[in-house]
Design a protein around this ligand. Structure first.
Ligand code: BMA
Length: 815
């Protein structure tokens, strides 16, 4: 196989096909340099034809871009040798979205689905030497409205014409994202020449596994360009072993069964290692390899257990026969302009998830089927992926042409992703059935337009092309109402979206909670990049523009004021806003973890952002973690001590996610914010593996006469002198706490290469201690933590600054 790369330098220009262009933008109609892979917006930005759409309210100033058609073209040279290949295909891994491809002036194809790779035979259009390729992208905004007129309106949230177009739905605007409906060659593009034949769509399917061996079926699609005899050679390697088999490649899908001795199984993060195997497949003709593919895969079994129990029906993922409580977050596209998302950004975000003890990430259905890099990292880090198909929040069309497109999309996506061990579930869509049944309470979800895809087309495709992981119709879904707390999975949006405060979480008995969340502002440095000094107050037009939810700012202030004193300035608003979010997610997750396995998963909405915004994310678009990220590292820890208020007192619980029992000691103490201890106890505990247990109830009588504004309960689990988890319970809201006088003493020293350590100490209790180095981005190994009176805490961090400067610029704040 020979490859001729067409990425890199192209030219592009606007075409005012619909006569929509305001005169002032006429200069967009001239040829300009473009970068492929890329988008129209990022290309225009690099020529300063548009301002940064993320800055201020510039989003409105770039609206005209989506109403134009855009043409991309480049020249390339084809050497003689390349033309002698029997087949030459143009491969475009992603075209966004309404594209007409011309090669040397001849129309090759038209495409209308951003989500899939395209391959076209172009040999007849090519000539030796100079060639020209041109791709015209029609306006997605206009085409979607034309389709809506043609097929009739549907019940849809946000921009309703979006559902007619197989394009990332968030690009039409969302309740956390701007409307930047871009176009372009967004993934790699190249020519591929081959002779003799070609293999594609490999699949390594696990048939059976025990301690001694695993049996896999390796299959691949074979195209033969001659009638000669071909063979398929399969080599499977991994661990210390390699197994080879050679079979005649007689059928269009050739299959080889292989036994792998002493298999090494793949485990989710926290449960074991993530060993990967490789299958090397070669198609051989006359002793020559004419086509090869390398497929990384892993050995693991997954099952979604749904069994009748006292609350209804369970919803538990079992991996390699072990029940796993799924801890994680929902994932949205990490930028409004996808090709701009770097491998480093993927690595950072997913590593942050892994380091916060997450074991599951849900790829949300309003974005896109993620880049290969994303899934490779998830495989490597043991992050299970709940993969939605790309349909969200609305009815979808059901005309035959649309269903045909979706069938092709399902095939393309399933074949591309099915070898990734990280993907543990396919899911039909995001919230379509739930919204439909909420709006039409008398109707069955099957009556929803497009439901045929989720109840028949997609599950059939998954069964036929995969069959190694469960398919679930929608999120949320279940029998009866499709957002039940007794069966199926659940989204909890009474809190926040329906204006309920976070204490409400403790009433929720969802069986597997795939979404719940609480907003907070982005970090100050992230906001400084897109605001002017005059914009930096909570209710400025620019700040309100950077919150896409209806009444978003109102909610931020309402919930802050329920727990903390009113924000005094911009930094106070950000700081307290982030603390409330952290407290909210903590309350929810600890509650559901105590219910283990009655509730068997909690994925919060959302891990990341696509632009600088107040949203439900715990890491903002500048890749700066918020307070809730650090809280997640505590509330997801494999061993968790937590408190639950009941009528007669406060219960102390331990949740053990490990597959081994925990034996240690729990220390509890009731003390004042000044450190005066009024009650204390130490209890030996023994928690069985993979269980949650109530340890003790602290009776109300113990604290009844203490001042709730100046008292808290602190608990820690200790084993071998090391505190494995600690937690606190407060008897009043921070806004009502008595004034404490005291401060935090800090000592910063050099520690290791390029590293620093800070030791903190205070005579009073300090909540949500935030560490910063003024003007620098610094990753502290813990932040926004609570500091008990008289207890030293040591935090390490890295900085390129001199010790003197670090000390000078070190800032601490707390509640
Ligand atoms: C859920 C998601 C998203 C949305 C989020 C916040 O409903 O599925 O559609 O962005 O809540 O409202």
């Amino acid at each position: 196989m020979k490859k001729l790369d067409l990425n890199g330098r192209w030219m592009f220009k606007g075409v005012d096909r619909y006569k929509k262009l305001p005169r002032i933008y006429r200069h967009a109609l001239r040829w300009m340099k473009a970068t492929v892979p890329g988008t129209v917006h990022t290309d225009l930005l690099s020529h300063k034809v548009i301002p940064d759409p993320f800055h201020g309210m510039n989003e409105h100033r770039v609206e005209w871009v989506e109403s134009l058609a855009w043409v991309y073209r480049r020249e390339f040279y084809v050497p003689e040798g390349f033309l002698s290949e029997e087949r030459i295909s143009l491969v475009a891994d992603g075209l966004d979205t309404f594209a007409a491809i011309r090669m040397n002036g001849k129309l090759v194809a038209k495409t209308e689905n951003m989500f899939i790779a395209h391959r076209f035979d172009v040999k007849k259009h090519l000539r030796r030497g100079k060639n020209r390729i041109e791709i015209m992208f029609d306006s997605p905004a206009i085409r979607s409205r034309i389709l809506e007129r043609q097929y009739g309106p549907l019940q849809v949230s946000h921009e309703h014409s979006r559902v007619y177009v197989r394009k990332a739905q968030y690009s039409f605007g969302w309740d956390w994202g701007p409307k930047l409906t871009t176009s372009g060659i967004w993934r790699n593009i190249y020519l591929e020449g081959d002779s003799g034949g070609r293999i594609s769509n490999p699949f390594v399917k696990l048939r059976s596994i025990n301690k001694k061996s695993a049996v896999v079926d390796v299959s691949v699609e074979v195209e033969k360009y001659t009638t000669a005899l071909y063979t398929l050679r399969v080599f499977v390697g991994g661990g210390n072993n390699g197994v080879e088999k050679i079979v005649p490649a007689t059928s269009p899908v050739t299959k080889v069964r292989i036994r792998i001795p002493e298999p090494d199984v793949w485990w989710p993060n926290g449960y074991g290692n993530q060993p990967m195997y490789t299958a090397l497949l070669s198609l051989v003709l006359d002793g020559h390899e004419v086509s090869q593919i390398e497929v990384p895969f892993a050995l693991r079994r997954v099952r979604l257990a749904q069994e009748a129990d006292s609350e209804g029906r369970s919803f538990v993922f079992e991996v390699n026969g072990r029940r796993i409580f799924c801890k994680g977050a929902d994932w949205i596209p990490a930028d409004s302009f996808i090709p701009r998302i770097s491998d480093d950004a993927y690595e950072f975000l997913l590593r942050s998830a892994r380091d916060a003890h997450m074991n599951m990430i849900r790829v949300w259905g309003g974005g896109f089927y993620e880049q290969d890099q994303f899934y490779k990292l998830c495989d490597r880090m043991g992050l299970m992926v709940w993969q939605d198909f790309m349909f969200a929040c609305g009815e979808y069309p059901r005309h035959p042409e649309f269903l045909r497109q979706v069938r092709a999309e399902a095939r393309s996506v399933i074949c591309r992703l099915r070898n990734h061990p990280s993907i543990v579930a396919w899911c039909g869509n995001n919230e379509c059935e739930w919204l439909f049944c909420t709006e039409n309470p008398d109707k069955n979800p099957d009556a929803m337009s497009g439901s045929v895809m989720y109840r028949s087309l997609l599950p059939q495709a998954c069964r036929k092309l995969d069959g190694t992981r469960p398919y679930w119709r929608s999120t949320p879904f279940g029998s009866g109402f499709p957002n039940s707390e007794t069966n199926g999975n659940h989204h909890q949006w009474h809190v926040w979206s329906h204006w309920k405060d976070y204490a409400e979480y403790e009433k929720d008995s969802g069986r597997f909670v795939t979404e719940f969340g609480f907003q907070s502002p982005a970090n100050r440095r992230t906001l400084e990049d897109v605001t002017t000094a005059a914009d930096r107050y909570p209710q400025s037009p620019v700040m309100e523009h950077h919150n896409k939810q209806t009444e978003g700012t109102e909610r931020l202030l309402r919930f802050q004021s329920a727990h903390y004193t009113l924000p005094g300035d911009f930094d106070d608003f950000i700081y307290k806003g982030q603390l409330v979010q952290a407290d909210a997610l903590k309350t929810a997750v600890e509650h559901w973890r105590r219910r283990k396995f009655k509730t068997a998963g909690s994925l919060f909405w959302q891990l990341n952002d696509c632009w600088p915004v107040s949203s439900w994310s715990v890491i903002d678009s500048g890749l700066r973690p918020k307070a809730a990220y650090y809280a997640a590292r505590r509330f997801f820890s494999p061993l968790l001590v937590s408190f639950k208020r009941v009528n007669a007192g406060v219960e102390c619980w331990i949740t053990n996610d490990r597959l081994s029992p925990f034996k240690g000691v729990v220390n509890l103490s009731l003390q004042s914010f000044g450190g005066r201890v009024s009650w204390t106890t130490s209890l030996p505990v023994h928690i069985p593996p993979n269980r949650s247990r109530k340890i003790v109830r602290v009776p109300g009588i113990v604290y009844k006469n203490l001042n709730p504004r100046n008292t808290y309960l602190v608990g820690g689990i200790v084993r071998g002198g090391i505190t494995e988890s600690e937690n606190r319970f407060f008897f009043s809201e921070p806004k009502h706490w008595e004034k404490r006088s005291g401060t935090i003493r800090t000592k910063v020293v050099r520690s290791g290469k390029g590293g620093y350590a800070v030791t903190l100490w205070s005579g009073i209790f300090c909540k949500g201690v935030r560490l910063e180095i003024d003007g620098e981005d610094v990753w502290f190994d813990d932040n926004y933590f609570d500091l008990d009176p008289g207890v030293k805490k040591r935090i390490v961090f890295e900085s390129a600054l001199q010790l003197r400067d670090v000390r000078k610029r070190f800032c601490v704040r707390w509640i």
